[in-house]
Write a protein that binds this ligand. Structure first.
Ligand code: ZN
Length: 504
């Protein structure tokens, strides 16, 4: 098939008939990717957005739990756009559209209704240990995927496609393809944008992590390349680089000439001042003990992965690393393996105070002041701490649970204290804390369900009924996760503590 770039149609038709082939028009699909389109335009990305939208709306989100929706959107996100994002840089408008589709889906919004997004998307995208749900951040993922091309421009510098790039965009003094912004095809421009790291917290994420591993030192620039742990000498000793007369010298030549304090390698434009001499001494200190490996050639190394070659995952986790947040304290209560994902998400929302409790609904203008009372008719206003811990009606449930376990103690009245105390009821071993956390989670979940029954279905179940629910729920959770939990339900009902101790 023949495609024309900047030629008129009749000429193209003629040429195609001479060559006895068909003629096509741009953009066209090749291996599933649009060729010849402009990836900076919204139209270019529309098929991708439509595809994702279609995939998600097949599922009746009403029938899926939070856990189900999370799993589904993670899988859609990690499969469909990868192909696009590994080749094209998505405009920020597209990233927000994509994220809004996913966000909408997660919170259960269907075509017709608009649900409240209780937690902002950026927080959902944080890693679990920092209080998020570990959903991929599209922008950073896009950067990490495109970074691989930049890496390949270095690591595969001799390959045909790199030669082509060099011929088209020029090369630097060390014979590598020259990155410079604002020239060339939109693909090349995007790659340069990624290389420059503009708009990122750490713009040097690529340049600092694609480094030279020195063999004989012949193909590495002494000043400009990053071949020492400190980074490129031209950057660390910028003053000296400015003064150096041999800016393009290789590591091998510099070594040969001598890089000791009075070595012949140091060539300056003028006499140095005393303080500049001191810089040289520092630089010499950095170089001390460095040995060339005469029998090996220099090569490129990706700093962030043990294999020393670029991995998208390592790049992504570097780009999204944050310095932690207060959620760390709660991490062990949050992600309990033996309870369903939807329940974990429920607990996550409690810790973030993002459940639709009445105080939260009031704050968002969904209900009015006179509707704020606790659904148990205890007479107080409902917020998470009241509902789950302090409410007269539901604190009875906690007493019943303690009784059932054969323990007696007064429980804390703050969420953090309560969690911590309950988890430690059976001792401080990891398993024991896990087991008691499972029960704790179950109580909260049952209370929440009961609260909703009261509001939406005029429910009025007694504390004893709730306790029975907790017994049954924890039974199944434990049974599905702990191999040693071999007891039948009647036995568990009567001897919970014995059963727990048996599997500790
Ligand atoms: Zn209450």
């Amino acid at each position: 098939m023949l495609f024309g770039v900047n030629v008129n149609n009749s000429w193209l038709h003629e040429a195609a008939s001479v060559m006895r082939c068909k003629h096509g028009c741009l953009p066209f699909l090749y291996l599933g990717l649009p060729i010849g389109g402009d990836s900076r335009r919204i139209q270019f990305w529309k098929p991708l957005l439509d595809k994702i939208h279609k995939r998600l709306s097949v599922w009746k989100c009403k029938n899926l739990s939070f856990g189900g929706r999370l799993v589904l959107l993670k899988s859609v996100l990690s499969s469909i756009p990868v192909y696009f994002l590994s080749f094209f840089k998505a405009p920020s408008g597209i990233i927000s559209s994509l994220e809004s589709i996913l966000c909408h889906f997660f919170w259960g919004g269907c075509e017709a209704n608009n649900k409240i997004s209780w937690v902002k998307w950026e927080s959902i995208c944080l890693p679990r240990e920092n209080g998020g749900l570990g959903v991929r951040r599209v922008k950073d993922f896009n950067y990490a995927l495109l970074g691989k091309w930049v890496w390949r421009c270095f690591a595969e510098g001799d390959s045909l496609w790199c030669q082509l790039l060099k011929a088209k965009y020029g090369q630097d003094s060390a014979g590598r393809v020259r990155f410079s912004e604002g020239v060339g095809s939109s693909w090349w421009r995007a790659l340069n944008f990624v290389w420059s790291g503009r708009g990122l917290i750490d713009p040097r994420w690529l340049s600092d992590n694609i480094v030279r591993k020195i063999g004989d030192g012949r193909s590495t620039a002494f000043w400009a390349d990053s071949w020492l742990e400190v980074g490129p000498l031209a950057r660390v000793f910028g003053r000296l680089y400015d003064l150096a007369d041999n800016k393009h010298i290789s590591v091998a030549d510099m070594f040969q000439a001598g890089w000791a304090l009075n070595g012949n390698g140091w060539k300056w434009r003028r006499r140095l001042f005393v303080w500049e001499e001191e810089l040289v001494a520092q630089c010499v200190g950095v170089l001390a003990n460095f040995v060339l490996q005469g029998d090996a050639t220099d090569r490129w190394v990706w700093n962030l992965h043990p294999s020393q070659s670029y991995s998208v995952r390592s790049a992504y986790s570097y780009l999204t690393a944050s310095d932690g947040s207060s959620m760390e304290d709660f991490a062990s209560f949050l992600w309990v393996k033996s309870v369903p994902l939807k329940v974990n998400i429920f607990i996550w929302r409690i810790f973030l105070n993002r459940l639709p409790t009445k105080d939260n609904l009031l704050r968002r203008g969904v209900i009015e002041v006179h509707q704020e009372l606790c659904s148990t008719n205890c007479g107080k206003a409902e917020d998470a701490v009241h509902l789950f811990i302090q409410c007269d009606v539901y604190s009875q449930v906690w007493h019943l649970v303690l009784n059932w376990l054969g323990l007696s103690t007064a429980l804390h009245v703050s969420l953090g204290g309560h969690t911590e105390q309950f988890a430690g009821l059976g001792g401080n071993s990891k398993t024991s804390r896990n087991l008691f956390t499972i029960i704790w989670v179950s109580v909260l979940f049952v209370i929440w369900k009961d609260r909703n029954d009261r509001i939406f279905q005029m429910g009025n179940d007694s504390g004893v009924t709730l306790l029975e629910r907790i017994k049954l729920q924890t039974y199944w959770w434990l049974k599905s996760h702990y191999v040693l939990f071999v007891f039948d339900y009647p036995f568990w009902r009567l001897n919970p503590l014995f059963c727990l101790q048996a599997i500790m």
